[in-house]
Structure formats: C-alpha cells, structure tokens
Design a protein around this ligand. Structure first.
Ligand code: FES
Length: 103
C-alpha cells in the first residue's frame, strides 16, 4: 500500500496508507480527512478537487474531457488540479504528495 502525503486546506500534513485499486478520493475519505466528495465519484461535483505535486503530476493518466469540463466549474484551479475520484492508486504512487484544494 503506497504511503501518500495529503495536506488539508488548514495546512496540516497527513500520511495515509492507500489501498491499491482505490481512487485517491476513496483513500482520503476512508481516512476521515476533510473532503466532501458529494457525488461519490460520478464526476458530477468537483468537491474532490486536489492539487498534485507538480513533479508527480505525470504519474497519472491524462484528464478526460469530462474531468476537464467539471474542473472548469471548480474554484482555485491550478495547472496541477485533478479530481481525485478519477485517480487510481497504483504502486508507483508511493510518496505521492497532494493538497486538498480549498473550495
Ligand atoms: S467525487 Fe464528485 S467529481 Fe469526484
């Protein structure tokens, strides 16, 4: 299980051991960190928005058009923005760093 470093909007860093095959959103929510993920991963809310460490951004598959469209509706969007329900945890994500975006 890769260890992932998640910074919450209040600036606190948490280390979570994320189960392989889960989405990053599921791993974050399972650990009780503050993420609404209102739609449960259906790509219809953008409340699972994270900023991925710029140096690790390429560790994920590129965004789909639907994810791009949903991010257009989000606030605080940066180049490294992703919707974490669309990011599947794999071995290569050991020591991934992400920040939960402020709404
Ligand atoms: S949980 Fe709604 S878009 Fe990711």
């Amino acid at each position: 299980m890769p260890n992932i470093f998640v910074t919450t909007p209040d600036g606190e860093e948490h280390t979570i051991a994320a189960e392989l095959g889960l989405s990053l959103m599921e791993a974050i929510v399972q650990k009780g960190l503050p993420m609404e993920a209102i739609c449960g991963g259906c790509l219809s809310c953008a409340t699972c928005h994270v900023h991925v460490d710029p140096e690790q951004f390429d560790l994920f598959e590129p965004k789909s058009e639907d994810e791009e469209d949903m991010l257009d509706l989000a606030t605080n969007v940066v180049n490294e923005s992703r919707l974490s329900c669309q990011l599947k945890i794999e071995e290569r994500h050991e020591e991934l760093r992400v920040t939960i975006a402020e709404e």
